[in-house]
Design a protein around this ligand. Structure first.
Ligand code: G1P
Length: 291
């Protein structure tokens, strides 16, 4: 079973300036909680028991958020604000641990993943990129389905979604015989990072959810710099795919790219109208806008 997940959170978030000048982009709130909480909860819902944050010195607030805050807890307890107390102490279940390791230099996503090598050890693991929120539309989320498929087949799983053809140069793009049905996995023939539009093998883009075998760490150690002069996870997956079966899993849920401002606003709208306490009032507010 996949029990560990790497969340690379060291990126500086230039797409989210000016907010990300002094707030980690992962800590920007979507409704009433930071974006990173949704990603952590997605991992936990897929059975992950250890979250490994690959982080940066400017991002201590992420670690603080998942730590206990004794002063705050004592104050809430004294004031008998038990609902709030429960909410801040139960962000992740007690059997889930959150650890962190630093990425000392911004050498790319592949390098960020490699920074967690010693913590991962010989275990297979998941990777979740925190910019994208994936909202499940069924009881079993997409990552849980990828974990199940990996357990059954031992084939690495790469989550993909179709994007408009003019956007393929912004993503990792997979090469497959034919596009998988939604919720299905299909053997991948190749994968390329941010191809030119006329060279993309398909319009199926890598969404930022991966289930990978431990040995990809060894591959990453010798992966040369690629697109953007960075060590790319995509290139290591391409190398893995020449030795082992790698599959593209076509997601069912809905994605929100919170690394972009419009994607973030869309996420606030969608999570806002479904919020258990605020949802109805928020819908009413939107109606009143009459737009
Ligand atoms: C990364 C990956 C890319 C993937 C994308 C998804 O790129 O390298 O393959 O499609 O995330 O968001 P980045 O957005 O960090 O440039």
């Amino acid at each position: 079973m996949i029990k560990k997940a790497i969340l690379p959170v060291a990126g500086l978030g230039t797409r989210f300036l000016p907010a990300s000048k002094s707030i980690p982009k992962e800590m920007v709130t979507v409704v009433d909680r930071p974006a990173i909480e949704y990603v952590v909860k997605e991992a936990v819902a897929a059975g992950i028991k250890q979250i490994i944050l690959v982080t940066h010195s400017s991002k201590a607030s992420i670690e603080n958020y998942f730590d206990r805050n004794f002063e705050l807890e004592t104050t809430l307890e004294n004031k008998k604000k038990i609902d709030l107390l429960n909410e801040i102490t139960k962000i992740v279940p007690a059997d889930v641990s959150i650890v962190s390791v630093r990425q000392p230099q911004p050498l790319g996503l592949g390098h960020a993943v490699l920074c967690a090598k010693d913590i991962v050890g010989d275990d297979d693991f998941a990777v979740l990129l925190p910019d994208v929120l994936v909202k499940a539309n069924s009881a079993t989320n997409d990552l849980a389905q990828m974990v199940k498929r990996f357990d059954e087949t031992n084939a690495a799983q790469i989550m993909v979604e179709a994007v408009p053809e003019n956007l393929v140069d912004q993503y990792g793009i997979v090469d497959v015989e034919q596009a998988p049905e939604v919720g299905q996995s299909i053997v991948m023939k190749g994968i390329v990072e941010k191809p030119a539009i006329d060279q993309a093998p398909s319009n199926l883009s890598v969404i930022g959810r991966y289930v990978l075998p431990a040995k990809i760490m060894n591959i990453l150690e010798t992966t040369p710099k690629g697109a953007g002069n960075e060590i790319q996870l995509t290139d290591a997956i391409a190398a893995l795919q020449t030795m082992d079966t790698v599959e593209a899993f076509r997601m069912q849920g809905e994605t929100f790219d919170c690394g972009s401002k419009l994607g973030y606003l869309k996420a606030v709208l969608h999570y806002g109208i479904e919020h258990p306490k605020l949802g109805n009032d928020f819908k009413q507010l939107i109606k009143e806008l009459k737009i």
